[in-house]
Write a protein that binds this ligand. Structure first.
Ligand code: UDP
Length: 539
């Protein structure tokens, strides 16, 4: 390891002199700790103190310079999970002069991205909290290129899927534990600290019950762009399969939350949809094989669980079928539904819930983290056993939730097929689904109004405009315009939908009155453009 760092030769004396004379320099984006990413020159880390260190000199820079607000609660979130108090980043301060009395710094020459992984043993967390945010944080800063170094500070070991993190750059990622091997004081020549949260779509329920994020900023296009990158790195071919045969994949769990009648399920699906049906599991297949298989499947069927994040590899038009154990309401646990519903990801989604308690196998005597409830009081155990639905709850250790979600399930095949048939009436057709590039109209141009007074009570307002500039380059099925007419000083307006580029309004138009007229174009019923500058029209 230590050899690897010193491969890139840097001028040690020049680096040390820079650090001593100029100290640390930091510039950040973001108004709050929750949307902040910082770039540093010469950010250091003491492996003894397990603290980052900012060295002050006459020419050090700290922007934002928050004073003590830097601790309220932190400078930034080190993971992509918002405002989680175990994921905060901050640094200690020292004068650069103190370097004279400290261990000799070891310089990390690579451009480094420093972050916390949130839960590197869970595939959903790996994709949603780490890989996607890392990929897009790296796109945000061009010097975080394929030679960038990732440093994971959360303190975990490699975790179950470290190979996936290795794909993000050509350099071996470093764990917090490994930093010790390099020395007592490490100084990152150039580093970025923090992760973009732009691509996350789910909140796990730390402050309110879990659910889709309130303001989702990612579309299927960016998710699929990332999965293409990953597939290339995994050497998974993106061609359609040579046979062109359609098939269904059942993603099975092997340790817990089992499908008890998997053979029957596979047979039932194959018969109903006249397709080959195969199973995969994280135990029996390499990750690359799973990606290869899923990327050509028409349907992915699985119990609720992290393995369902592999839906991102399904082709456009495919169907995700998520199975929920008894007493677990699918509407309350929607990470995969939200994913499958992102605009432009072009997946279909069906949830099925076991509503028959007899088809459910619970494990009250297992350890609490696998859903056991033997540690609870008798009355509480009985209440849970009798309950028909887990009440909504916060993350992460609600015993009733764990008890129910870790049940095994015998899937009632007819009811599952009926649920699927409500969404997929005839055939799943993957070939027809081409990515739809979403283009919004520009402003309408050259808006004009002309007023005429007809009598003491009658007036007319003729409004006209030109098409948006981008329209002449587009093939759009349906172009319409929305016009709002507002009497000056009133806070209501009359909205109109119009097919042409001019119209004469006479209803409700009064003489000797000033109207504000707002005009915008929209495509295909829902794709709204911006309003043109407001017209002021006096009758
Ligand atoms: N896992 C698995 N087989 C199992 C149980 C779990 O492969 O039988 C994987 C699962 O896909 C996830 C990790 O182990 O990546 C943690 O599973 P857990 O049940 O804790 O989380 P969940 O799937 O409910 O998010």
């Amino acid at each position: 390891q230590s050899q690897e760092l010193s491969q890139v030769r840097i001028d040690y004396h020049a680096a040390l002199q820079s650090l001593q004379e100029e100290g640390t320099r930091m510039v950040c984006t973001g108004k709050m700790h929750t949307d902040r990413i910082c770039r540093f020159d010469y950010l250091c880390y003491s492996t003894e103190a397990e603290e980052f260190v900012f060295f002050h000199s006459n020419s050090s820079v700290m922007l934002p310079n928050l004073g003590s607000r830097r601790f309220q609660p932190a400078l930034l979130d080190l993971s992509s999970v918002e405002d989680h108090n175990t994921q905060y980043f901050n640094f200690l301060e020292l004068p650069a002069a103190a370097l004279k009395f400290m261990p000799k710094p070891v310089f990390v020459p690579d451009v480094t991205l420093i972050l916390n992984r949130f839960n590197p043993d869970n595939l959903m967390h790996i994709f949603h909290d780490d890989l996607l945010p890392i990929y897009y944080t790296m796109l945000l800063y061009p010097d975080l290129d394929q030679d960038a170094r990732l440093v994971f500070m959360e303190g975990w070991n490699e975790g179950l899927h470290f190979d996936l993190y290795r794909l993000m750059s050509n350099k071996q990622p470093l764990l917090k534990e490994q930093l010790k091997n390099f020395g007592k004081l490490l100084c990152f020549t150039k580093s970025y600290v923090g992760l973009s949260k732009m691509t996350t779509w789910y909140q796990y329920g730390f402050v309110q019950p879990q659910g889709a994020k309130a303001n989702i900023l990612v579309s299927g296009m960016e998710i699929r762009q990332f999965t293409r990158f990953l597939m290339e790195k995994l050497n998974v071919s993106m061609e359609e399969s040579s046979s062109g045969e359609e098939y269904i994949v059942v993603f099975s769990r092997t340790i817990n939350r089992l499908i008890l009648n998997e053979a029957e399920l596979i047979l039932g699906l194959a018969q109903e949809f006249q397709m080959k049906t195969v199973t995969v599991s994280l135990d029996d297949h390499s990750f690359a094989d799973i990606v290869q298989i899923i990327s050509r499947a028409s349907m992915l069927v699985s119990m609720h669980g992290a393995q369902l994040v592999t839906s991102v590899f399904l082709p456009r038009g495919a169907l995700v079928v998520e199975l929920f154990p008894y007493a677990v309401n699918p509407d309350h646990y929607t990470p995969y539904k939200t994913l499958a519903s992102l605009p432009g990801i072009d997946l279909q989604y069906v949830a099925w819930q076991n509503t028959n308690e007899e088809n459910s196998m619970a494990f009250p005597d297992r350890p609490w983290d696998q859903g056991g409830i033997a540690h609870l009081e008798k009355a509480e155990q009985e209440r849970i056993m009798k309950s028909k639905e887990v009440p909504q709850h916060l993350c992460c250790r609600n015993p009733e939730w764990l008890f129910r979600i870790y049940q095994d399930t015998k899937v009632d095949i007819p009811s599952l097929i009926e649920a699927i048939r409500q969404t997929v009436k005839t055939k799943l057709n993957l070939k027809k689904v081409k990515p739809a590039i979403v283009i919004h109209p520009g402003k309408v141009r050259d808006p004009k109004c002309q007023a005429s007074v007809q009598g003491t009570n009658e007036a007319r307002l003729t409004v006209s405009w030109q098409i948006p500039w981008n329209l002449k380059y587009l093939k759009v099925r349906e172009v319409k315009y929305e016009v709002w007419i507002q009497e000056q000083g009133e806070n209501t307006y009359m909205p109109y939908i119009l097919p042409h580029q001019n119209y004469t309004f006479s209803e409700n138009i009064k003489p000797f009155t000033t109207y504000l007229v707002w005009i915008r174009c929209f495509f295909n019923k829902t794709l709204l453009g911006p309003f043109a500058d407001v017209l002021v029209c006096r009758t």
